[in-house]
Design a protein. Structure first.
Length: 247
């Protein structure tokens, strides 16, 4: 997938990694010597430490103080032919959450994943593992980076991580014309659909109109200033759409 050249500011690598680790994106756990384990729910605790819900029957669930990698695949909520937006790999040491801490860990997970499995944590069917992060890799629209644990722990997830999917699907269903108007005249418009959102701006995916080859590319639409809450996001989007309408 081609991406338009951009020099605009955006989230740093550590912030992007913390956003993926927050738990909206899909995860899988890799432990040497055992089959990979799908992770139906994961989130982060203090300092970005991943908490992972896994079936107690999975071989990885018996692991304690062993090396492991949490693989995260960031998939766009808007349907595209290529929906993968990025990947992250969190390498570290895996351990079981002690029984005394299971309830607090389950509550933390339930804030991100209201899953019925969480009600059964501790009954033998499900367990929660914790990953002490030793290194993080990320590869996404902004590029690739390798992070030390201190960089990762000091960052915070994007403030819109929990609502991004809802915002993007709303823009896609109700505001495609306005999104098209945001593009510079030099960009061949065609269908324009929202791909990603963060506090600095949006990525949109464009498909050139015929007779151009049907090769999609991504364009960055930057906000005038970073925003931190829903009120600020509404304000900056209204301003963007109004400026575009005036030409």
């Amino acid at each position: 997938m081609r991406r338009a050249e951009t020099t605009v500011r955006g989230p740093g690598a550590a912030e992007r990694a913390r956003t993926l680790a927050y738990g909206i994106a899909d995860g899988a756990l890799a432990v040497p010597g055992v089959p990979d384990t799908p992770v139906p729910a994961h989130t982060t605790g203090r300092g970005g430490r991943p908490l992972l819900l896994v079936p107690s029957s999975a071989p990885a669930a018996a692991a304690d103080d062993v090396p492991a990698t949490l693989r995260i695949s960031d998939v766009a909520p808007v349907p595209f032919a290529d929906r993968l937006r990025g990947r992250a790999w969190l390498h570290g040491w895996l351990s079981r959450v002690p029984e005394a801490g299971l309830r607090a860990a389950a509550l933390r997970l339930s804030h991100v994943h209201p899953r019925p499995e969480l009600l059964g944590v501790g009954d033998g069917e499900w367990t929660i593992l914790a990953l002490e992060v030793a290194q993080v890799e990320i590869d996404d629209a902004w590029g690739s980076a390798t992070l030390e644990p201190e960089e990762y722990a000091a960052a915070a997830p994007d403030p819109f991580v929990a609502i991004e999917a809802g915002v993007l699907t709303h823009l896609d269903s109700a505001h495609r014309d306005e999104l098209t108007a945001l593009l510079p005249d030099s960009v061949p418009a065609g269908p324009v659909r929202p791909l990603a959102l963060d506090r600095y701006g949006m990525w949109v995916r464009c498909t050139p109109p015929a007779p151009e080859p049907p090769s999609s590319f991504d364009v960055r639409v930057a906000f005038a200033e970073p925003v931190s809450d829903l009120h600020g996001l509404r304000r900056v989007c209204r301003r963007l759409f109004a400026d575009a309408a005036r030409g």
